[in-house]
Design a protein around this ligand. Sequence first.
Ligand SMILES: Nc1nc2c(ncn2[C@@H]2O[C@H](COP(=O)(O)OP(=O)(O)OP(=O)(O)O)[C@@H](O)[C@H]2O)c(=O)[nH]1
Ligand SMILES: [Mg+2]
Length: 247
Amino acid sequence: MILAFIGTAGSGKTTLSGAFGRYLKENGYSVGYVNLDTGVRDLPYSPDIDVRDDVTSWKIMEKGYGPNGAIVESYDRLLPRVNVYVSEITKLAEEREYIIIDTPGQMETFLFHEFGVKLMDGLPNPLAVYLFSPDILKKPEDFCFVRFFSLMIDLRLGTTTVPALSKIDTVENLERYRRFLDDIDYLTSRLKLEPSTQGLLAYRMCSALPELAPPTRVLYLSAVTGEGFDELETLAYEHHCTCGDLT
Ligand SMILES: Nc1nc2c(ncn2[C@@H]2O[C@H](COP(=O)(O)OP(=O)(O)OP(=O)(O)O)[C@@H](O)[C@H]2O)c(=O)[nH]1
Ligand SMILES: [Mg+2]
């Protein structure tokens, strides 16, 4: 089973990769780790496959690139080897029960660079977990945004994508988040009350959501307490067995 954690900078991908991997190992599974972040210095796990063996963004920065330019350049340099990575990860997936892929902090270098798209396209039946942290969810429109962003990742990478709220140990009122994320009818009814142009847009988008996508479950995770790990494990298993039907 191949799981790829995808999300904006600081959403918790690397911490979750380490913590969920440890959880799986404690439960008797064999786990392989893949690091795709050319800019990370320290990892809470030992990667079996690591792009930094080929390219690091900090070495490129020594040649005068700025941080963002260096990251893009690092994936330009990795692109000719994308098929090698696909083969290595696929081979590792034959040997281990779970493969955990930790993706770059700069999400755009994964979603908008050919390296990320080709890599995901080449892997056998991966499941993408789109992580977003509670601090980006303030207005009802934000909940609509993350639901659609998850679909956008699915569309872009051609990979079944499950939305996951990360760092739930930091929220006091998880029920409020759950209500907005689990119950699309509730979210849509709240958006109907929003007077702004964006509120109307979000209302129309969320009204169409049931027709556009199957009612995928949302995960609620904490890499600190391990909450939600059992559900992530179940979901990964269901994905593996049913090829993408996660209703
Ligand atoms: N409280 C809490 N903090 C978390 C959790 N997961 C990650 N963090 C913290 O969030 C910060 C970012 O975590 P990372 O795991 O580095 O996030 P990332 O998405 O890999 O970050 P980049 O790769 O740099 O984009 C760190 O300070 C973590 O300790 C969590 O479940 N709960
Ligand atoms: Mg990271």
